[in-house]
Write a protein that binds this ligand. Structure first.
Ligand SMILES: [Zn+2]
Length: 316
């Protein structure tokens, strides 16, 4: 009886109540694509106030309104990072690597979780034989290294888009880079790839990186930005990398140009082309910056696209 609850009984309950935990269960989620198995493994989520100039052609008020329309905090961004593991039966491939193990301490556990969640999912870094990188931003390449700067995947061939490698590792491009963010990206790529002794295998667009994993050029975000079509039997998933960042902002407003799209006009054209295709074909996408686990469908709306998360399933 509600009316019978007394202050005495609530005091008794609190004495036996355990402390509130502040961590989730390890974040990984598996699904099948034909004979292949995908495991989405979260690196965590970074939360920060909307930076000035975050979208070059939308105001902070417009960004806040779009966040509120999607039932998100209108004052700040929460950006997830979700690399995936693809078990093809012949290969254990990782696509993108997260913000780096060193970021776990820096972010107080909010991100930099990929290595620990990978292990929680039952994979050792030593068992990964291929790492495929979509583009050379820190949240995708920094996880190539451990917190102490060693190879995070000691037995893996690291495959990189040939156009991305050509751009970022070119000393002339670096010398012409604007100070600040772009210069920092060039330096970070040297830090990461020099630790690998620049031992990478460049790959071309429109070809299979591994059997059943085709590289698709989706430039604009960076010059060599790459997505993938993973196919097995009749099943497919389009791994979109950063064709959009947060779908609540950039799928719903595909004409917005985030400052981190290096060529905003090209990135918009890529976004519309890819999303028109996946919406028309009702194709599953896997989005690196989508809410975890990042598997969704897209429908076209009058002003853009709306993402429809695929429901959680208890068995693979
Ligand atoms: Zn990214």
């Amino acid at each position: 009886m509600l009316g019978a609850v007394s202050s005495d009984s609530s005091a008794g309950a609190s004495a036996a109540t355990p402390a509130k935990a502040n961590q989730q269960a390890p974040g990984f989620y598996r699904y099948k694509v034909g004979e292949y198995q995908i495991t989405a493994v979260t690196d965590g989520v970074s939360t920060y106030p909307i930076p000035d100039g975050f979208v070059t052609n939308a105001s902070k008020a417009e960004i806040s309104a779009a966040l509120a329309a999607a039932y998100l905090d209108p004052e700040q961004l929460s950006v997830p990072y979700t690399p995936i593991v693809v078990n093809t039966g012949a290969h254990l491939a990782v696509i993108d690597t997260g913000t780096g193990e060193g970021n776990f301490a820096t972010s107080k556990g909010a991100a930099g979780q990929f290595q620990r969640n990978l292990r929680a999912a039952g994979f050792t870094p030593e068992a990964v034989d291929v790492v495929i990188i979509s583009h050379f931003h820190g949240d995708h390449v920094n996880g190539l290294l451990t917190a102490d700067g060693k190879l995070a995947f000691p037995n893996a061939t690291v495959m990189v888009p040939e156009k991305e490698w050509a751009f970022w590792m070119d000393d002339g491009e670096m010398s012409r880079a604007p100070k600040g963010r772009m210069e920092g990206l060039f330096k970070n790529n040297r830090r990461v790839f020099d630790a690998l002794n620049r031992k990478v295998t460049p790959y071309a667009w429109e070809k299979d990186v591994l059997p059943g994993i085709k590289a698709v050029g989706t430039p604009g975000h960076t010059p060599g930005h790459t997505s993938y079509v993973i196919s097995s039997g009749k099943d497919q998933v389009f791994v979109q990398s950063d064709v959009t960042n947060l779908p609540a902002l950039f799928a719903r407003n595909p004409g917005w140009h985030p400052a981190f799209d290096q060529d905003g006009v090209m990135a918009e054209a890529t976004r519309r082309r890819v999303y028109d295709m996946v919406a028309a074909e009702r194709m599953l996408i896997q989005g690196f910056h989508y809410p975890f686990p990042g598997a969704a469908y897209l429908e076209k709306t009058s002003s853009g696209y709306r993402e429809i998360p695929r429901p959680w399933m208890p068995v693979v």
